[in-house]
Write a protein that binds this ligand. Sequence first.
Ligand SMILES: [Zn+2]
Length: 265
Amino acid sequence: MLITVLQILVVLIFLVLLITIVFKITRKGRFVDPLPDHFPDLLEEHVDFYRNLSIEDKKNFEERLRQFYHDVRITGIKTEVEDLDQVLIGAAAVIPVFAFREWEYVNLQEILLYPGAFSRDFDLTGYHRNITGMVGTGPLQNEMLLSRQALRQGFSDRESKSNAAIHEFAHLIDKTDGALDGVPEVLLQEQGVEDWKKWMQITLQSMRNGESDIDLYGLTNTAEFFAVVSEYFFKRPDLFSQKHPELFSMMERIYFLKLQGGHLN
Ligand SMILES: [Zn+2]
C-alpha cells in the first residue's frame, strides 16, 4: 500500500516537472505576467506618447506591452538587455499599432539588440558602422536588428523627428501585406491606398525640390519614405501637423489615431 502511494507521488511530481519545463520552453519572452512594477515609471519618464495618455489608455498600453513581450524575444548581442531597452523597444512596437487592439507582429519573432551601430555584415567594429536598425531578410527573416544607442536616442532627444525603433516597426507594418513598398495596405481601405499614393508622390516631389523638412533619407524609396514619415508623425505630431496638414490627416487615417495638438484625442 505504502509503495503504491509513493509510486503515485513520484509519477505526479514527474508530471508537474514535465509540464513546467514544457510551459517554460513554449514561453518566448522574458517577462510574461505581470509586467514588472517599475515599467510604468520607466514609460512615464522616457516615453512621451505614453505620458500623454489617459489613465485608462495607459493601462491598455501596459497590457499591449505585456502581450508583446510574450510574443517576441529580445536578445542582446555582446551586450545585456537592460530594463530601459526592454521598455523602449516595447513602446516603439506598441505606439504605431496602439489603435489596433488585436494587432500582432506576425512577421517578428526576435529582436537582436546591438550596443551601437553595425555594418551590413553585422560586424560591430568595421568601417561601415552606419546601420542603426534593420528588418531581417533571408536567414534573418522574422528578426529585427537594433542599435541600443539609436534606440535610446530616439526617445531621449525629444526635439528630433527621428526614432530608429519606430522606423523599423513601421517597416514591419508595411511588410505585413507581403510587400515592403511604403503602402501599408493592411491598415488602409482601397480608397485610402489611392489617397496615400497621391500624397506620397506630392511630398516626395517637394522633398526633391528642397522644399521640405522631412529627412531626405525618405527619398531612398517609398518604403523608407513611409518609415521616415512614421517616425516624424509619432515623434513630433505637433510640428508635423503644422508643416504638413494634409499628409498629417493621411497619417491619422493610416494609424487610426487622432494626434492633433501632439496628444491622443
Ligand atoms: Zn528603413
